[in-house]
Design a protein around this ligand. Structure first.
Ligand code: GLY
Length: 300
């Protein structure tokens, strides 16, 4: 259940369904050395399936519940750098970060650098109902354990191989995210990451900040890319603020991306506005994303 709402009494008559519902997801960037067609195709197929499942979920759940659901599926896919299959940090450990922004309640919750759990986005969702809503490290892990999230090692043999070979340039950028617009016009954004790979332990990703993940009643944005650039540009919150002030989503995004140019920022976003405008932008090619408003479309 999402703060203040229950799924059961949330949805009005069937006649209102399908009027506005939209879902957009991303699997981050894949690095240029991973552009072989097999990996690209596998990611596209995974995104298509998750977009379809997410949209089905949206028919009977809130935007926030759906964003969490879609991101949890992305976390469970080894193809992406979030949850299972996350990248390994410089000290050999995996630390996960994820956040949820419910545009209706205007609540943000998240976990930063949490270890040994399966779905950090579900811990973020659990935190949405608490006064203390962003937890890091051991505190986040203790909270997760107290609330029934068991031990789980998200490492895969492929990531260990990359780490052992010090292939830091071959991985890095596979953050996942989702923005959903539900039948009542409410928006939510969810984002999850294993970080950059090979980072200094303690480094904080953008994904559990409002620079990397933000929504209100006007728009929702989920980011991927280099966290330091995204935080420097306050990307998600800036785009959403511009839409709130009356700018179309596309223009708000382009203006914000122009502001990344002086720092040569590396970023990508997916977004939806309350008017149903859907937009994607990236500073570099090789971002994979998909949308569903009835029909699934996959892009890269
Ligand atoms: N965007 C993911 C990260 O930099 O951690």
């Amino acid at each position: 259940m999402v703060y203040g709402l229950s799924t059961i009494d949330f949805f009005p008559s069937d006649s209102l369904k399908y009027l506005t519902m939209k879902l957009i997801i991303h699997g981050g960037f894949f690095s240029e050395s991973q552009t072989n067609q097999e990996i690209k195709k596998a990611k596209q197929e995974a995104l298509a399936e998750i977009a379809k499942l997410g949209y089905k979920h949206l028919q009977s759940h809130t935007a926030a519940e759906t964003a969490v659901y879609a991101v949890s599926l992305l976390e469970d896919s080894e193809l992406f750098n979030a949850g299972t299959g996350s990248q390994i940090q410089s000290d050999g450990k995996i630390r996960l970060s994820a956040s949820l922004m419910d545009g209706k309640s205007l609540r943000f919750s998240g976990v930063i650098n949490v270890e040994d759990i399966k779905n950090p986005i579900c811990v973020a969702e659990k935190l949405l109902n608490f006064d203390d809503r962003v937890l890091s490290g051991k505190g986040a892990k203790d909270f997760a354990t107290e609330h029934g999230f068991g031990y789980y090692n998200p490492e895969t043999p492929q990531r260990r191989k990359e780490y052992d070979k010090k292939l830091s340039d071959s991985i890095r950028l596979g953050t996942v995210g989702c923005v959903a617009l539900d039948v009542l016009g409410n928006l939510a954004a969810a984002t999850s990451t294993g970080g950059k790979g090979f980072e200094i332990p303690g480094r904080v990703s953008d994904s559990a900040t409002t620079a990397g993940n933000y929504a209100n009643t006007f728009a929702g944005i989920s980011c991927t890319g280099v966290g330091e650039d995204i935080v420097s540009g306050a990307v998600a919150s800036t785009i959403v603020t511009r839409v709130t002030d009356g700018m179309p989503l596309a223009l708000a995004t382009e203006k914000t991306f122009n502001e990344l140019k002086p720092i040569d920022g590396f970023a990508g976003i997916v977004g939806i506005s309350a008017t149903g405008e859907i937009y994607h932008a990236d500073t570099h090619p090789y971002m994979v994303w998909a949308l569903c408003d009835g029909e699934v479309e996959v892009f890269s």
